[in-house]
Design a protein around this ligand. Structure first.
Ligand code: SF4
Ligand code: SF4
Length: 83
């Protein structure tokens, strides 16, 4: 009985140590916008589930703090401006 508890505690401790620190950047793979190809259609901004894209001066701008790197905008862009 006691042995089982000990194993469970050890397993939990492992999880705590491998968890990322709070406040760490969330977007290691934020997409890049090719401003030459972007036509400002806003399709990427509508598609992003995290509200991480805005259209400014007719071009898409990615907020790297909000971006989770899901890649939805890359597929949505009709001109291939996001990679
Ligand atoms: S990769 Fe995902 S979260 Fe990041 S800007 Fe594109 S759609 Fe939004
Ligand atoms: S979907 Fe593509 S072309 Fe349209 S605003 Fe976004 S990056 Fe620009």
């Amino acid at each position: 009985m006691g042995r089982g508890w000990g194993m469970r505690l050890g397993w939990r401790r492992g999880l705590v140590f491998t968890a990322p620190p709070q406040g760490a950047p969330q977007a290691p793979t934020a997409p890049k916008v090719d401003l030459e190809k972007c036509v400002g259609c806003g399709e990427c901004a509508r598609t992003c589930p995290f509200g991480a894209i805005q259209i400014r001066d007719g071009k898409a701008v990615v907020n790297e703090t909000l971006c989770r790197g899901c890649g939805a905008c890359v597929s949505a862009c009709p001109t291939g401006a996001i990679s």
